[in-house]
Design a binder for this molecule. Structure first.
Ligand SMILES: Cc1ncc(COP(=O)(O)O)c(C=O)c1O
Length: 389
């Protein structure tokens, strides 16, 4: 990373200002107010090894560096690294592990994370167990002499379970391990895991940070120089870096993160109320609900409860499958976190790879990624679909 600029300082500027300005000084040559897309793969050197901070774009690129500084500032982290996808970011963290090491994964996590851990790392000799991380005692019980880290999401994908980050980090630290938090669902606008004791925070920037369904990316932040050095080595050595255009798109998306998140939260709250009152719905999962088992932890570590809503249909799998095809404003699609609202059936779509595992999800479950459209349009769309089931 290049030198940190004043706009990256959380003590100097608020979240929204940093989202727009951190890491993005006006272009010294032209005064351009947005970060240029530096497509160059290589950078001139005055003499061998003497350069302006960049040599080769896999190792470092000015547009990527701007994104890394901006996101690190939003997570209030000392260091940040961008990757080509959320999975590439996950992979870079897991490369800390050696054959014979063990990790503990929350028993409710993104299916792709589980697939990477069980199939790719499992086959490379890394052991794992899944544990109910809503209970810190379950983590303690699952901890083994060779356990190196605990991996959690909160709220989880797709069950919206809330994990108390501070409680889990405390157990991990007492045992001499690391606590990694996937902060994709909450974003740094609603939750900053490092503040609660996490050692590493990771994102699929494909989701809320990009925010417009037009860029795939990943990010990792930490306050540990040692962890960051290793991540930097892997970032350059394995080379799963985002291109400059992708970094630019992500930077552009981040500028409106705060207003998009607030709007998505408003819409999600209205939808939760509608779903709760509908007879076709047997259960609504949303951390903002006072009777959600993780509500107290969510209220402690989040500023609002997010734009993701999951619910179960009383009629089971077939009715859930039907509902998923009956909406018009909600598009049936994988992914989440963008301006447009999406609906999906996790058991048959995003979490199919977890079928038959401890991470299998109920087949009556639907997941909504609530966007920023007109509230009435979203409510009408869902109630028309539910009434027709
Ligand atoms: C919580 C979570 N983490 C990680 C990922 C992986 O991110 P990507 O699709 O950008 O590789 C996803 C993707 O859906 C996700 O939902």
């Amino acid at each position: 990373m290049a030198d940190v600029d004043p706009f990256a300082n959380p003590e100097g500027y608020g979240f929204e200002t940093r989202a727009i300005r951190a890491g993005q000084p006006h272009d010294p040559q032209t005064g351009a107010v947005t970060m240029p897309i530096h497509q160059a793969t290589t950078f001139a050197q005055e003499a061998v090894g003497e350069h302006k901070g960049f040599e080769y774009s896999r190792t470092g690129n000015p547009t990527r560096s701007a994104l890394e500084q901006c996101l690190a500032s939003l997570e209030e982290a000392r260091y940040g690294r961008s990757f080509a996808s959320g999975m590439a970011a996950t992979d870079a963290i897991l490369r800390h592990l050696r054959p014979g090491d063990h990790l503990i994964l929350g028993d409710d996590a993104y299916g792709g994370t589980f697939r990477l851990i069980s199939r790719v790392y499992g086959e490379a000799g890394i052991e794992y167990s899944a544990a109910d991380l809503t209970d810190p005692a379950a983590l303690e019980a699952a901890w083994q002499p060779n356990t190196k880290l605990v991996w959690l999401e909160t709220p989880t994908n797709p069950l919206l379970t809330v994990i108390d980050i501070a409680a889990i980090a405390e157990v991990a630290h007492n045992k001499g391990g690391l606590c990694v938090v996937d902060n994709t669902f909450a974003t740094p606008y609603l939750q900053q895991p490092l503040r609660h004791g996490a050692d590493i925070v990771t994102h699929s920037v494909t989701k809320y940070l990009g925010g417009h369904s037009d860029v795939v990316g990943g990010f990792v932040a930490t306050n540990s120089e040692e962890v960051d050095d290793r991540l930097g080595f892997i970032q350059n050595g394995a080379g799963a870096v985002p291109g400059p255009m992708d970094c630019f798109l992500t930077l552009r998306g981040i500028k409106t993160l705060a207003v998009r998140m607030d709007r998505a939260c408003d819409n999600a709250e209205a939808i939760v109320e509608l779903l709760q009152g509908h007879p076709a719905v047997s259960r609504v999962r949303y951390p903002g609900l006072a009777d959600h088992p993780g509500h107290a932890a969510a209220a402690k570590q989040m500023t609002r409860f997010g734009g993701m809503v999951s619910f179960e249909l009383a009629g089971g799998r077939d009715v859930a499958m039907k509902m998923a095809t009956e909406t018009t404003v909600f598009t049936l699609a994988e992914s989440l976190g963008a301006v447009e609202s999406l609906i999906e059936h996790p058991g048959a779509m995003t979490h199919l790879s977890a079928a038959g595992s401890p991470l299998e999800v109920p087949d009556s479950l639907l997941r909504l990624s609530v966007g920023i459209e007109t509230t009435e349009d979203l409510l009408n769309d869902l109630s028309t679909a539910l009434d027709g089931l």
